[in-house]
Each structure stands twice: as C-alpha cells, then as structure tokens.
Design a protein around this ligand. Structure first.
Ligand code: GDP
Length: 303
C-alpha cells in the first residue's frame, strides 16, 4: 500500500520514540505518566492532547490493572483512536463532491507548503476517474505561481484558466467559472495566494473570490482546503489557526508526511482546531496524494 510505504518514515520515528519509552519503563507509576506525556509531546500530538491522553490513561490503567507494556501500549492506541474519533463527530471527513453540476474547491496556504503540487495531483486523480476537471490560476501575486500550475496542467492533462500576473484573482475565478459552465466541467480547483503577512488583504481577496463564485453557484465553494506542510510541525499548527481565523476552512491537506516524524500533529489539529485532515501528501510524484484514513494512520504509527 502506498500510504503504508509513504508513512514508513513517520511511523518508524514515532514508534522509535514510543519503543524507547516502553523499553525503559518498569512499573506504571507517576513517573511513567510523566514520561509518556513527554514522549507524546515529542511526537507532536500537541500539548493539550498529550495531557489529555495521559490523564485518561491514568484512570484506565488503574481500572484495568494493566501492568505489562503490551497492555499499556494497546490502551494508548485505543485512546488515540477514541480521541480522534470523538473529536470529529460533527466533521465532514470526506471531500464534498456534488453529484450533479460543478464542484468548486478553493486551495489556500502559504508558499512552499505544496499547494500547487496537491492541486495538480488531485486534478490528475479526478481526470483519471473520467471527470471533466479545470484548474484556475488565481495566485496572481507570486511570480511563477501561474507557470507552475500550467506545468502541472500539462502533466495531469487538465486545462488551466489563467490571467495576467499581478491581475485580479477574482477575475480569473470568474473566467474559470464561465469556462467550466461552457465545458460542463465537474470539478474546478482554484489555486489562491496565501499571503498571511497581510491577513486583512488576504481576507478581502478570499471574500471577493467567494462572492464571484456564489453569484454563479450560491452553495459554492464546496471546499476551502488549507494546505500545510507536516514537516513544519507546530508552525503548521500556527498557520492553521491563523487561516481558520481568516476564512471558513473546511479541511486540511497535510503534505510531506513521507518525510517527517511529526505525524502526531494530525491529532493536535483535530483536537485543538477541530479541522479534519481530508488529504495527505506522501511524496512528490503525481500519484502521491491520498484520502486520509484515521484508523490506518493511528494503528500505522505503532507498527
Ligand atoms: P506551493 O508553493 O505551496 O504551491 O508549493 P509547491 O507545490 O510548489 O511544492 C513545494 C515543494 O514541496 C516542491 O518541491 C514539491 O515537490 C514538494 N512537495 C509537495 N508535496 C509534497 C509531498 O507530499 N511530499 C514531498 N516529499 N514533497 C512534496
């Protein structure tokens, strides 16, 4: 499995931390729980989540009178899955695809996180499924962003609607919607400029893009996906927090999970920000993007 292979590194590092911790532990005492907290924080599950896991495990271990490391490890896995699932009861974990008509997805995120790459990969997947896909190059701010998306368009065999560099992003989105209607497209993927340095401008730009879309399709955009780079750990958390304050994010694309020990942050994002991870990037290749499966992910971390 691709997700299995891609996660080998994440898993190894996370389980290295946990194995080391398990190897050193003799009895389930207060020191054990303190060390467990530390191990979980190192694995980037987030401070709050780490405290919560160890608090709840204190009760459970007492209750079950668990003494062996394997029993405790099993309890930890169960607790992680439980916390992940309980946190996301109201969340929509799947991409909101319309059965009929055009589905519009906006992609937001700062430069370098893998936004263009993820859009290109997703466009290719949908095209392979036989869907009619369009991409809109509405990141008119960063030099090179348009060309980069065009390169992905060629790779994925998907048309890119573009305007002038420095032009009005909302005008590009308007053109893209018109084009999508003409072509009876199923899916429109919109690349945007993620300038967090100027939150007010970013907010205005995204609002304008949304207004243009909603004039044509009132219930769109169907997804606003925030792309974050998993290798940046807590920094990705900070970005997610700031974007969430700026616009209505519907889910996350977590990229570069193939190169990090910070897989635990999936739990932090869910627990502290209440945002579902919808897609994960597991490499630079065109096929290295997958739907996120929480159970597979959490069990995988301990293999
Ligand atoms: P953007 O500025 O957000 O549009 O970022 P790009 O799409 O240009 O990606 C930045 C770099 O990250 C490129 O070198 C990509 O190949 C790389 N990248 C994107 N996604 C992944 C991923 O899932 N895994 C790895 N290893 N690299 C990735």
């Amino acid at each position: 499995e691709k997700m299995d292979k891609g996660l080998a590194k994440t898993r190894k590092s996370f389980s290295d931390i946990m194995n080391e911790f398990m190897a050193n532990f003799r009895t389930v005492d207060e020191e054990f729980f303190e060390n467990l907290e530390e191990a979980l924080i190192t694995a980037d599950v987030g401070f709050e989540t780490a405290l919560r896991i160890s608090d709840e495990l204190r009760q459970e271990v007492k209750l079950k009178k668990a003494k062996k490391p394997e029993e405790v490890q099993q309890a930890i896995i169960q607790k992680l899955v439980e916390i992940y699932e309980a946190q996301g009861m109201e969340e929509n974990n799947e991409l909101n695809l319309q059965e009929e008509g055009l589905t519009v997805m906006l992609f937001v995120g700062v430069n370098g996180v893998g936004k263009t790459t993820s859009i290109g990969k997703l466009a290719n997947q949908y095209r392979e499924e036989g869907k009619k896909v369009l991409m809109a190059a509405a990141d008119t701010f960063r030099a090179g962003a348009i060309d980069q998306l065009v390169v992905w368009g060629e790779r994925a065999g998907v048309e890119v609607v573009r305007g002038k560099a420095g032009g009005d992003p909302a005008a590009v989105v308007y053109d893209a919607i018109e084009r999508a209607k003409e072509e009876k497209a199923d899916i429109l993927l919109v690349d945007t400029a993620g300038r967090l340095q100027n939150k007010v401008n970013l907010m205005k730009e995204l609002e304008k893009i949304k207004r243009v879309i909603q004039r044509e399709i009132p219930e769109a955009p169907h997804e606003v996906l925030l792309v974050v780079d998993a290798t940046t750990g807590q920094n990705a958390m900070v970005q997610a927090k700031q974007f969430k304050e700026t616009t209505d994010v519907t889910g996350l694309v977590l990229t570069k999970l193939d190169g990090t020990a910070k897989g635990g942050m999936v739990l932090a994002i869910r627990n502290e920000l209440h945002l579902p991870v919808k897609l994960v990037g597991l490499g630079e290749g065109i096929d290295d993007l997958q739907a996120f499966d929480p159970n597979e992910f959490i069990y995988g971390l301990f293999k």
